[in-house]
Design a protein around this ligand. Structure first.
Ligand code: 13P
Length: 254
C-alpha cells in the first residue's frame, strides 16, 4: 500500500495583485498537518507580498511561481528567470500548465527545457499534463499522457528528480474552470495510467513516491472523493483557491 503525502496546491493564475494577496493570507487561519503540505502559486508580482505575509504570520504554506524562463538571463522581453525568483526566496515552480501550452505556445520541448533548467537550479517542479475534450472523446487520453511525458521520462535529470523535486499534476483541459470535474473513476484511471508510465521509467518503489495531483474544477464538494482514490495525492486548484473560505475548507477535508 502506498504511503500518501498529500499536497494541496492553489494556482491563482492571473488573479490577486500584491494587496489582494496580502489580504488573502491575512485572512487564512490553518493548522499544520503531519501528512499534508499546502502551497499557493500567485502571479509573479504578488510573490513578495505573499511570502512576506506568510512569513509574518508563520503560516505553513509554500509559495511558488507559475512559470519561469529556461535561460538565466538575456534578451527575453517580459520573461522571469530562475535566479530572479531565487533572489526573492522562491523555491517552487509550476511548469507546463495547459493555459501556457494553449495560449503561450509552450510545447513538450519547451516544457522539458524549463523543467531541466529549474531542476538544475534547485527548484522543486510541479509539472502539468492533461488532455483536451476532443482527445478524451476520441479515446486518446492515455496516448496524450504518454506523449506529454515522453521527453521527461527519457531524460536522466528529470528521472532522478521524480519523487524528490519533480511531481506531476494531471489536469484534464475540459475540466479546468468549467465546473465539469472528472469523476473519481475517470481521474483515478488516468492517474493509475500515469503511475504505470512512471513505473516503466523509474521502477515501482520510486514511482510510488511521485505525487500525482488532480486538477480541474476541484471544490470542497468533490475533493474528498477524489482524495480517496489510491493514486490521487492531492489537488491543483484554480477557482476554489481564490477565496480563503473555500481554500481553508479544502484543507480541512484532508
Ligand atoms: P479550476 O480549479 O478553476 O478548474 O482550475 C484548475 C487549474 O487549472 C489549476 O491549475
Amino acid at each position: 500500500m502506498r504511503q500518501k503525502s498529500i499536497l494541496l496546491a492553489g494556482n491563482w493564475k492571473m488573479n490577486h495583485g500584491p494587496s489582494a494577496a496580502e489580504g488573502y493570507f491575512s485572512a487564512i487561519e490553518i493548522a499544520p498537518k503531519a501528512n499534508a503540505q499546502m502551497r499557493i502559486y500567485p502571479p509573479f508580482l504578488s510573490l513578495s507580498a505573499s511570502l512576506n505575509t506568510v512569513e509574518q504570520k508563520k503560516l505553513p504554506i509554500q509559495i511558488g511561481a507559475q512559470n519561469l524562463h529556461f535561460e538565466k538571463t538575456g534578451a527575453f522581453t517580459g520573461e522571469v528567470s530562475g535566479p530572479m525568483l531565487q533572489e526573492i526566496g522562491i523555491t517552487q515552480v509550476l511548469i507546463g500548465h495547459s493555459e501556457r501550452r494553449q495560449y503561450f505556445a509552450e510545447t513538450d520541448e519547451t516544457v522539458l527545457k524549463k523543467t531541466i533548467s529549474a531542476l538544475n537550479q534547485g527548484f522543486e517542479v510541479l509539472l502539468c499534463v492533461g488532455e483536451t475534450l476532443e482527445e478524451r472523446k476520441s479515446g486518446t487520453t492515455n496516448l496524450v499522457m504518454e506523449t506529454q511525458l515522453k521527453l521527461i521520462l527519457s531524460d536522466e535529470i528529470c528521472k532522478s528528480a521524480l519523487g524528490l523535486k519533480l511531481h506531476i499534476a494531471y489536469e484534464p483541459v475540459w475540466a479546468i474552470g468549467t465546473g465539469l470535474v472528472a469523476t473519481p473513476e475517470q481521474a483515478e484511471e488516468t492517474h493509475a495510467y500515469i503511475r504505470s508510465l512512471l513505473v516503466n521509467s523509474i521502477g515501482a518503489p520510486k514511482a510510488d513516491t511521485v505525487r500525482l495531483l488532480y486538477g480541474g474544477s476541484v471544490t470542497p464538494a468533490n475533493f474528498k472523493d477524489l482524495l480517496a482514490c489510491p493514486n490521487i495525492d492531492g489537488g491543483l486548484v484554480g477557482g476554489a483557491s481564490l477565496k480563503p473560505e473555500s481554500w481553508m475548507a479544502l484543507w480541512n477535508l484532508i
